[in-house]
Design a protein around this ligand. Sequence first.
Ligand code: AP5
Ligand code: MG
Ligand code: ZN
Length: 213
Amino acid sequence: MKIIMLGAPGAGKGTQAKMIAEKYSVPHVSTGDIFRANIKNGTELGKQAKEYMDKGLLVPDELTVKILLDRVAQEDCKNGYVLDGFPRTIPQAEVLDKALTELGEKVDYAIDVDVPDENIVNRMGGRRACLKCGATYHVVYNAPKTEGVCDVCGEKLVLREDDKPETVQKRLTVYHDQTQPLIEYYDKKGILKEVDGTVDMNDVFAAICSILG
Ligand code: AP5
Ligand code: MG
Ligand code: ZN
């Protein structure tokens, strides 16, 4: 099963992708997590990506596409995956479709987690992220068992650099300009599914499960 998560920054793509990955035993592939891991480890890719991410801009397609295609070519992705944060532009979607077509494969579902902009800024300030394993928490809506510590791996949780209010606003603008057109792109292919992302995260997950079966 190959699933794409669509939705604004902070809509809950990562939260839901992790739950889907666990239930359906497929890897959770997040380009944002891959970039953050590279930044943390001080790689050349991380240095390049950081320039864009800290400003709330998209990392150029040339850098992003190769990383994603390499990742999904790995053995653990053989039976499918859930993509979180990719594609984010029409050209990225086209590259993915072309690569899959060459393998005789296709994306099964594009799930749009719908949350209005007003709700987003609120959520971001309370988010805490684990840069080691990619787990995401919220100080109110999804608190870790021990404050400031990742439940999964014990790493110290951080507020992401790009979660400052000004940067969140920029990311929302970029989302509407460059990523939202993907909703129509996948709708035309007949694989778009919309879920209300404003309800409790377990209810969002239940809606997704009823789509995936
Ligand atoms: P990325 O890491 O993908 O960030 P994003 O799309 O901005 O999305 P977020 O991770 O901020 O939000 P999310 O939807 O995953 O929400 P979450 O589950 O955490 O990308 C970061 C940057 O990397 C980009 O800006 C870009 O520069 C670059 N990049 C990445 N991929 C790229 C690509 N393909 N091309 C180019 N550049 C790329 O939830 C948010 C918060 O809300 C959490 O605290 C959570 O606990 C809480 N929450 C979740 N669900 C609910 C709910 N139902 N109710 C209440 N709270 C909830
Ligand atoms: Mg995320
Ligand atoms: Zn962790």
